[in-house]
Write a protein that binds this ligand. Structure first.
Ligand SMILES: [Fe+2]
Ligand SMILES: [Fe+2]
Length: 178
């Protein structure tokens, strides 16, 4: 619970990318992918930047940084939550957590498709953002990133290549820590 409270305030107080981070984003992402990044809330932009930093640290600590495409890992980190969309601020995220915990059945039932209802829309994004993000990246031709992002909560990695499995594991660990 304390973790959630801290997360809430981190989200409220979050700042967007600084100059150096903007340059990194420029180097890593196409203009279309940058658009997908910047449509997220500032809180989610900060979250994904933090996930990227942690992921690089994990890869370096594991000694795998030289053995696979670090730019690919960084792109996956920056884009992993684009499916949350432009409205998932700290308040909506908190509703998502609470509805998932205390109204789980209702939430599952009412999260199957986009909705004009405030709470149903939150739960649609909350549960389906990996699929939504995946299909957005497929449209941009980022097929490999899409495949990782699709699995960033389920962790189902049976069909992935070994280096993709390693990327997914590091992304999920970095996400958990942020
Ligand atoms: Fe996510
Ligand atoms: Fe995340």
């Amino acid at each position: 619970m304390l973790k959630r409270v801290i997360q809430f305030f981190k989200g409220v107080l979050a700042k967007g990318p600084d100059k150096e981070e903007q340059n990194t984003i420029n180097d890593l992402l196409s203009p279309e992918a940058q658009q997908a990044f910047y449509q997220m809330t500032v809180a989610d932009q900060r979250h994904t930047l933090n996930v990227m930093k942690t992921a690089v640290e994990i890869a370096e600590k594991q000694g795998v940084a030289g053995s696979f495409d670090m730019d690919f890992l960084k792109r996956c980190c920056l884009l992993h939550d684009i499916g949350r969309g432009p409205k998932m601020n700290s308040i909506r995220k908190s509703y998502g957590v609470l509805l998932d915990k205390f109204f789980h059945g209702w939430s599952l039932e009412n999260s199957q498709k986009p909705s004009d209802s405030y709470f149903k829309d939150i739960m649609y994004r909350y549960y389906n953002h990996p699929e939504i993000g995946c299909s957005e990246l497929m449209k941009l031709g980022m097929i490999h990133e899409a495949d990782i992002i699709l699995r960033h909560h389920s962790g189902k990695d049976e069909e992935l290549l070994a280096h993709e499995q390693a990327v997914l594991r590091i992304l999920m660990e970095a996400d958990r820590l942020n």
